[in-house]
Ligand binder design. Structure first.
Ligand SMILES: *Cc1c(COP(=O)(O)O)cnc(C)c1O
Length: 403
């Protein structure tokens, strides 16, 4: 029996970290209101104008998002994936058009391009931030490039200054996948303000959740009307109920989802602050652990909504202990963490081989990444100290398991 919990020693920590989401009286009240209202979704009775007046939870949620994001329009839909699919269809992407995207993301950021016949082109990430690298974007541009899908990984916004310059030079459309970045700001600006269309997810793991759900925001009236139509089975915006203007699908959100999202929004800022403070605390404490390198945050992106706390693990400082064993040892100490995506998306077998799969930084990060999820960041400073203690303990006694 050794010192480390994985070899039978005492655990660093016995208590669990906070469970998310937190359920409030407001959640219960609003969902009951939605139920009793009898209007459970957008219906034939809601013309596009009267539904605004009806002001159910769907419309309230949209209003909240357009205020938060400082955009003219917001559209609530069934999921973040739906929002992305709608976005790519809204910009009128055509077969063979190329869209630049990071390979270090969830599959929906790429499947939305493929769904309508576009071709994803993978640009490498930046070693320090793990977000798409502007330099790599420029290397991927061709005559067929139409747009960039910007994934704000772990809540950190991409380098918008550099990317706006590129978009302007090459006339590219910017779609944000802000599933991780609901409260993040670039200086004072929101990702919604800085993108042509910006998509959010309210899925259960996200910082703001109602189980499943998505929101799309934009400042462009024509995009909004087209997106509205697509999410409504292609019904013409402000048209008759059985009048169609495009090929759409049913991407609608229900009132139940919206009711929970509106209720959860009330404490959204409070939890964002807690996660932020804890992340800063962790970064500071990790400074003196060799081989542990937290992801760096660009100063313009300092208002970062931490969806994940991420760091790279260098086994050379842990006597060659593999990342897999390190994570398992840390889990045994009572600290939840995992390896994240594990592989660049161009290696996912069901995705068509696009021919460009040379993203060396992504390859390295996929091998070194360690993720701590947002619910863990909702703990106290003492909880954060346990994370540090656990890592230091493994560093001290790694000879027990590194062989
Ligand atoms: C969660 C997520 C999505 C998809 O959102 P869903 O609401 O689950 O469909 C898209 N992109 C990223 C980066 C995500 O993490």
């Amino acid at each position: 029996m050794g010192k480390l919990a994985i070899t039978g020693g005492d655990k660093t920590r016995i208590n669990t970290f906070p469970d998310y989401p937190y359920i409030s009286e407001e959640d219960k009240k609003y969902i009951l209101n939605a139920l009793e209202s009898g209007r459970w979704a957008r219906t034939a009775q809601d013309s596009n104008t009267t539904c605004k007046l009806n002001s159910g939870y769907i419309e309230k949620l949209e209003l909240c998002f357009s205020k938060m994001q400082k955009t003219k329009y917001a559209l609530a839909v069934s999921s973040g994936t739906a929002a992305l699919e709608i976005a790519l269809q809204t910009i009128g992407l055509e077969k063979g058009d190329e869209v630049i995207v990071t390979p270090y993301t969830f599959i929906s950021s790429v499947s939305c391009i493929l769904k309508i016949g576009g071709k994803p082109i993978f640009a490498d990430i930046d070693e320090a931030t793990w977000n798409i690298s502007p330099k790599s974007i420029e290397d991927c541009i061709s005559k067929k490039t139409r747009a960039i899908v910007l994934v704000h990984f772990a809540g950190q916004l991409v380098d918008f200054n550099a990317i706006h310059n590129i978009a302007k030079t090459y006339n590219l459309i910017l779609i944000s996948d802000a599933a991780h970045a609901i409260n993040s700001k670039w200086n004072e600006k929101t990702p919604g303000q800085l993108s042509d269309i910006c998509c959010f997810s309210l899925q259960s793991s996200k910082n703001l959740t109602c189980g499943e759900g998505g929101i799309l925001v934009t400042n462009k009236k024509d995009y909004y009307e087209k997106a509205y139509s697509i999410h409504m089975c292609g019904r013409k915006f402000n048209g008759k109920w059985y009048e169609y203007s495009t090929l759409g699908s049913n991407y609608r959100m229900t009132e139940f989802q919206a009711a929970v999202a509106v209720a959860q929004l009330k404490s959204n800022n409070k939890y964002e602050q807690i996660r932020y403070k804890n992340a800063i605390y962790l970064i500071d404490k990790m400074k003196d652990i060799e081989g542990i390198e937290p992801t760096r945050t660009l100063w313009q992106a300092r208002m970062r909504d931490y969806h994940l706390f991420t760091f790279s693990y260098n086994k050379e400082y842990f006597q060659g202990l593999s990342r897999k064993r390190f994570i398992l040892a840390l889990n045994c100490e009572g600290i939840p963490c995992d390896e994240g995506y594990g592989s660049p998306l161009y290696r996912v077998p069901i995705l068509p081989q696009t021919g460009n799969n040379e993203c060396p930084i992504t390859e390295i990060i996929c091998k070194q990444a360690v993720w701590i999820h947002q619910n863990v960041l909702l703990g106290t400073y003492e909880d954060m100290d346990d994370i540090i203690l656990g890592i230091k303990k493994i560093q001290t006694y790694c000879y027990e398991i590194s062989n």
